[in-house]
Write a protein that binds this ligand. Structure first.
Ligand code: ADP
Ligand code: MG
Length: 335
């Protein structure tokens, strides 16, 4: 029922950036090696995500748009999830809050397209596409003006979109990303302005992450970052942390991941701050890209579908690992 879908959709899609997050995560789950994101007017009028992943067969297209249809989990072990998605809510939610078109081509199949508007599913039609999937979402929240009113300026929404793309780009350095702003552009994105670009990185995760760090935070930052690898009671922390001299005036340069998912979590950012406490004044923020990995049973990363909080079974261990691991690295670097 369209009304129920719209209400549930609001839980998943709060603003353009949350739509972009869901679509990019789907592309990553599909094994994409390149993901192109185009938005116009802060994502309010257009969000387009194109990938070169596995694609969807014509028969499966309507299924992908129906509620709680996910191809990613069989329901036996909700904790052991290795893909980003598993709820089967994102595409139907987006179809309920905007005009959605889904075009896809799976290996050995013809390309096909289906449109949804206001929750009404159209027919599957032949389309032209070489590989992968293109999802286009136009006029987000056009049917719910109350929600539209809560969105911030185009500039602020674009900033949030950019933040989401950069966090996922940091999480997946082997995947190439571009972000384009098509505001005011007429054609199919051809004259859209590239606002962020990160070519696919090669090598092991440390090498790849180092390259990605340079594309996102700058070469100087990457060259002066400390490599981190520490373990405590079943949690491993890897990545890079800045020397205190490369701290930032804002917390935007903190990239934290738990079991591969970007998180923004007070416990973790508090621990990061505590590790640098002796070196930074109150208005400076340590820059870092840190991955915490542990048995999925030791942490809940799905507290809320649209948020990115985590709940460790033993928060003290996570905090202690960050504080002592970073202090150790800083001490070895002469601080
Ligand atoms: P979930 O990601 O939780 O499975 P979604 O609503 O985001 O649910 O997507 C529904 C289904 O559509 C996915 O399980 C997947 O099979 C398919 N799908 C969505 N996006 C893509 C994509 N970019 N490439 C391939 N398949 C996709
Ligand atoms: Mg999904």
């Amino acid at each position: 029922d369209a009304a129920i879908n719209r209400i549930a959709a609001g839980e998943v899609v709060e603003r353009p950036a949350s739509a972009v997050k869901e679509l990019v995560e789907n592309a990553l789950d599909a094994g994409a090696t390149r993901i192109d994101v185009t938005v116009a007017d802060g994502g309010k009028t257009l969000i387009r995500v194109a990938d070169d992943g596995c694609g969807i067969t014509p028969e499966a297209l309507p299924l992908a748009l129906s509620r709680h249809a996910t191809s990613k989990i069989d329901g036996t072990d909700l904790l052991n999830i290795h893909s980003f998605g598993f709820r089967g809510e994102a595409l139907p939610s987006l179809g309920a809050v905007g005009r959605l078109s889904l075009t896809s081509r799976a290996k050995g199949h013809d390309a096909a397209e289906v449109r949804v508007s206001g929750g009404q599913l159209g027919e599957v039609k032949p389309a032209a596409l070489n590989k992968g999937t293109v999802v286009e979402l136009r006029d987000l929240f056009y049917a719910t003006p109350a929600r539209l009113k809560f969105l911030r300026t185009d500039r602020a929404e674009m900033q949030a979109v950019s933040d989401v793309v950069k966090r996922l780009a940091m999480a997946e350095p082997h995947v190439g990303f571009t972000l384009r702003d098509a505001s005011g552009a007429s054609g199919k994105g051809g004259d859209a302005r590239v606002t962020f670009r990160a070519d696919p990185e090669t090598g092991d995760l440390f090498d790849a992450l180092h390259g990605r760090l340079a594309s996102i935070l700058g070469r100087e930052f990457a060259e002066n970052a400390l490599a981190i690898d520490a373990t405590r009671d079943g949690i491993r922390m890897t990545g890079y942390a800045a020397l205190p001299t490369y701290s930032r005036g804002a917390a935007v340069a903190q990239f934290l991941f738990v079991n591969g998912r970007p998180v923004k979590d007070k416990l973790l950012t508090g621990a990061l701050r505590a590790a640098y406490f002796d070196f930074l004044s109150r208005d400076r923020h340590p820059a870092a890209a840190l991955f915490l990995d542990c048995d999925p049973h030791l942490v809940d990363v799905n507290v809320h579908p649209a948020k990115s909080e985590v709940r460790f079974r033993d928060p003290g261990t996570a905090r202690g690992l960050i504080v002592s691991g970073l202090r150790h690295a800083l001490a070895e670097a002469g601080h």
